[in-house]
Design a binder for this molecule. Structure first.
Ligand SMILES: [Fe+2]
Length: 218
């Protein structure tokens, strides 16, 4: 399959999803919709093989230059109405994300290999924006075709990754991002909370800060 055909196929699937979830108002309904729909996509191995070949052949789809918050993340589809996005994450042997939250709900699963999901509960009251006390609430390993869900902010703190020595492909659907511009990364050792902005926004923040300091130092 050419990558143009592949992109069209994924686009058609996502447009069908968009038409369906437009009629579902609430978050729970949309999550349930994707829990029902995502497994069929996860087991479509030729489609993900095509995506991987597209990456290696330098095809414009998927676009490797598109900005993402995680280094192993590829955007497969962004709904123009921002109702949802479809993303692929590649994990090498033993690789995991750091502990983090999201600004939206999500439904995700494995398209290849085992996918480890570790969930955390926030024990503090959140008054200190730079500190958080987390406790492990659940650890599970998904097999290809199985899915899990997540919720925005403190209700969905987790880390995901590859517990094995092969490769894991994780595919995620995220809902409309809520107002916050950054996700948070949590350091379990010292309780520190780091704000992670999209690279384009982070560069603007740093430039603004630098300019203010340079002007002040005159
Ligand atoms: Fe996540």
């Amino acid at each position: 399959m050419t990558t143009t055909l592949l992109q069209k196929q994924l686009q058609m699937i996502c447009q069908t999803w968009a038409a369906a979830i437009k009629t579902i108002g609430g978050r729970e309904g949309r999550i349930a919709f994707f829990e029902a729909e995502l497994p069929a996509l996860l087991v479509n191995r030729p489609l993900f093989e095509g995506v991987l070949k597209g990456i290696l052949s330098g095809s414009p789809y998927p676009d490797l230059r598109q900005e993402t918050l995680f280094g192993n993340e590829l955007i497969l589809y962004l709904d123009p109405g921002r109702m949802f996005s479809l993303r692929l994450y590649l994990f090498g042997p033993g690789e995991h994300t750091s502990v983090h939250d999201h600004t939206s709900w999500g439904v995700f699963g494995s398209a290849f290999g085992k996918l480890e999901v570790v969930r955390y509960r926030r024990e503090d009251d959140g008054t200190d924006p730079d500190q958080a006390q987390l406790s492990l609430s659940r650890r599970l390993v998904l097999r290809p075709g199985e899915t899990e869900t997540t919720l925005p902010f403190d209700q969905g703190i987790h880390r995901t990754g590859n517990p094995g020595d092969g490769t894991t492909l994780m595919v995620s659907v995220y809902g409309t991002p809520l107002r916050r511009l950054y996700i948070q990364r949590f350091n379990l050792e010292n309780g520190r909370v780091h704000r992670v902005f999209p690279p384009r926004i982070k560069k603007r923040i740093l430039a603004e800060q630098a300019l203010t300091e340079i002007e002040r130092s005159r």
